[in-house]
Design a protein around this ligand. Structure first.
Ligand code: 13P
Length: 258
């Protein structure tokens, strides 16, 4: 990470876990275990299920933990049964929204074009999108990681104007590292995050690219966080499993103190 130019953001992605009651308990535990001065080093975000948002926001009061969502629809409103809009999230007090997680792409056929629509609507509503990108194992083995990630980013950010780009967070999440316990090495994570910044530089210029937070996600945990975060272009983490346990999430936040 390079704190001189950009914020370190440690974000949990709870996925489809925790009821509102469980969310309250987990956040209260985290608050108790977090040192107040951790916020000097990083921003903390918890992306919770829609049904936990209200309880999570209430439980996070008195801390600087921001609450995020894990998805949203790309239209402002309308006949989309079962969907949630950006304005609905914003009014509840949500600050961040994950866009294009590989699980959404894999199980719900979300495309880069969908991500592009969602990012624009999220920004217009005042939410900060966390755009996920990352290659499959096959793509890595075929040596096309950079091409895959560049394509995902270029399509997802199409027509996102320069004045808005700082609101976007990018999360590099190699699919083969998600939920597998197989973390990318710090070098692999650093290399792709740096290529992502090169791509952002081509699209938005050096100054903007330097200011954008690029996270790593995929089996990040209390043990490997410090090494991953020591990479100059890794500015935080998007954490699945380890964000469901207060001591682990707190340890990862503490690893950003370096
Ligand atoms: P794990 O940390 O459980 O591998 O999940 C990563 C992830 O998908 C975060 O969005």
């Amino acid at each position: 990470m390079n704190r001189r130019y950009r914020k370190t953001i440690i974000a949990g992605n709870w996925k489809m876990n925790k009821t509102p009651t469980e969310a309250k308990t987990l956040i209260e535990d985290m608050k108790q275990q977090l040192d107040k001065d951790v916020y000097k080093y990083c921003e903390l975000v918890l992306c919770v299920p829609f049904t936990d948002i209200q309880a999570a926001i209430k439980a996070a009061r008195g801390s600087k933990i921001a609450i995020g969502a894990q998805n949203m629809h790309f239209e402002k409103s309308g006949a989309f049964t079962g969907e949630i809009s950006a304005d609905m999230l914003k009014e509840m007090g949500v600050k961040y929204v994950i866009i294009g997680h590989s699980e959404r792409r894999q199980y719900f056929n979300e495309t880069d074009v969908d991500c592009n629509k969602k990012i624009k609507v999220a920004i217009a509503a005042g939410l900060r999108p966390i755009l996920c990108c990352g290659e499959s194992l096959e793509e890595r083995e075929q040596n096309v990681t950079m091409e895959v990630v560049r394509k995902q980013i270029k399509i997802a950010l199409r027509d996102v104007p320069a004045e808005d780009i700082k609101k976007v967070v990018i999360a590099y999440e190699p699919i083969w590292a998600i939920g597998t316990g197989k973390t990318a090495t710090a070098e692999q994570a650093g290399e792709v995050c740096s290529a992502i910044r090169d791509c952002l530089r081509e699209l938005y210029g050096a100054r903007a690219a330097r200011a954008i937070t690029v996270q790593y996600g995929g089996s990040m945990n209390a043990k490997n966080a410090e090494e991953l975060l020591a990479q100059p272009d890794v500015d935080g983490g998007l954490i699945g499993g380890a964000s469901l346990k207060a001591p682990d999430f707190v340890a990862i936040a503490n690893a950003s103190r370096q």
